[in-house]
Every structure is written in C-alpha cells, then in structure tokens.
Design a protein around this ligand. Structure first.
Ligand code: PGA
Length: 243
C-alpha cells in the first residue's frame, strides 16, 4: 500500500520523516535501518540527532545499511557516502562503530564487492525500514532509468543527469566518479517498510511519474507501487504536478 503524506516544506518533511523512523526504531531497537545520502535526508538526520540528544531515541542496538557508494572513493574522501554518513549522522549518535554498513568504494573488484554487500544485507534480514530520496530522473539508490529492474547489488555507470546533479559537490565535473555500487531494486523491495522523502519543485516530475504513472524501469522508483508498505513524505512543491 502506498500512502502519501503532503507537508508544507523541507522542514516539515524532515520532522515527519524522523517521526516515522523513530517509531520503527522504538518498535525494533535492535533492527536494521536502511539509510540514504543526498541533500534531502540531511534535515531528517538532524531531527534524529536532536531526538538522540534529548534522550528520546537510542541507537545502541541498531544496525544500519546504506543504499550505495561511489566506486573508487575511499571512506576518507569527503565526497564518499561513508564520509557523508559519519558527518551527518553516525558521529552524533550512539550507533556502535561496527554496526553501520555501506558498500566499500575502495574495492576495485566490482563483482566481488557487490556479492559481498548483497550477502551482508541478506544475512542481516534486510531493512526494517529503508529511507529513500528520489533522483530527478526517478532513480532510487543508484538504480538509474533502464530497460530492466536490476535485482541485487550491482555496479552502475552513472547517467549524465546524475553526474550533473552531483557535480556541485566536487571541484569539477571530471572529479565526479562515473560508477557506483548500489543495492538493487530487489534488495530495496525486501525492506519491510519504505519511506520516500522528496522536497522541491525539482522533484515534481519524478514524484508524479513514480507514484501516479505506470510501473516501468524507465522510472525506477515506480516499482515502489508494488510494495506493501510505502510512505511518501513530500512537500507541496514536490507534489505540485501530482493530484
Ligand atoms: P538529493 O538526491 O537528495 O541530493 O536530491 C536524491 C537522490 O538522488 O536520491
């Protein structure tokens, strides 16, 4: 079932998303939380940190898995998702050091690394809740528009649209990695609950096509219409092209 929660703006989206994540963590304190990077979840992470600081939320028994990582970047690189997650969440809450997982971008053997990560997520029992941003082209994780839904963790070549969207974080466009390791659509769909967050008019087309259009690998997020428990928290601008 797909539920859409319309909120006023980014701040309200962040509050609502953090509330939903907190409910899951409180219900399953030793569960698995699937996390995402990008500018959209930063406010949500800030709210989760506030809840931790006020004593409302405890991360000490939780395990986290992230969707994706750039291939070729080590954790020390300030553009790696490893670095992002530490800076925006992990360093500020009481997660155990060995309880947070991402694909390892420093591993050059793509096949091996993807197999390792898929097995790891599977052995954890997949995510209780997977948080997702949505790309302007409808991608989730780094599952880009394609002719097929890739099922398991795999290595992708990033599209021009994604490289263009991400170049703002790098000194020049040529520094943006061209490949990434990402959970597959199947890995994501195994999550018991999926929480999609979207803010801003830039996402309006992707939100409309993903949740109000046909299910197609040309719009990867559209597959979420087949999931049994999806909540989309989107602001008015992101929903401006949807009814
Ligand atoms: P953004 O990215 O949050 O930086 O817009 C979302 C995504 O591409 O998944």
């Amino acid at each position: 079932m797909l539920k859409i929660i319309k909120v006023k703006n980014y701040e309200e989206m962040s509050k609502e998303a953090a509330k939903i994540i907190a409910e899951t963590v409180k219900a399953r304190p030793n569960g698995v939380l699937g996390l995402a990077t990008g500018s959209t979840p930063i406010g949500t992470y800030r709210k989760l940190i506030d809840m931790y600081e006020s004593g409302e939320l405890d991360f000490s028994e939780l395990t986290t898995v992230n969707l994706d990582e750039y291939r070729g970047l080590t954790g020390e690189n300030d553009q790696s998702y490893y670095y992002f997650m530490h800076k925006n969440l992990f360093d500020h809450v009481n997660l155990r050091k060995d309880a947070s997982f991402l694909p390892d971008g420093s591993k050059a053997n793509a096949q091996e690394e993807c197999k390792r990560y898929e097995e790891l997520v599977k052995n954890l029992g997949y995510a209780d809740l997977q948080l997702l941003g949505i790309g302007r082209n409808g991608h989730i994780g780094f599952n880009e528009p394609s002719d097929v839904f890739e099922v398991t963790t795999h290595c992708v070549k990033l599209t021009d649209s994604t490289i263009d969207a991400n170049k703002r974080f790098f000194e020049s466009e040529s520094d943006v990695p061209r490949e990434a390791y990402t959970m597959g659509i199947g890995t994501i769909m195994h999550a018991r609950k999926i929480l999609v967050i979207a803010s801003g008019v830039d996402k309006a087309l992707a939100v409309r096509d993903s949740f109000f259009g046909p299910v197609t690998p040309k719009v990867p997020a559209s597959i979420l219409q087949f999931h049994q428990d999806v909540v989309v928290v989107a602001d008015e601008a992101a929903l401006s092209l949807s009814n």
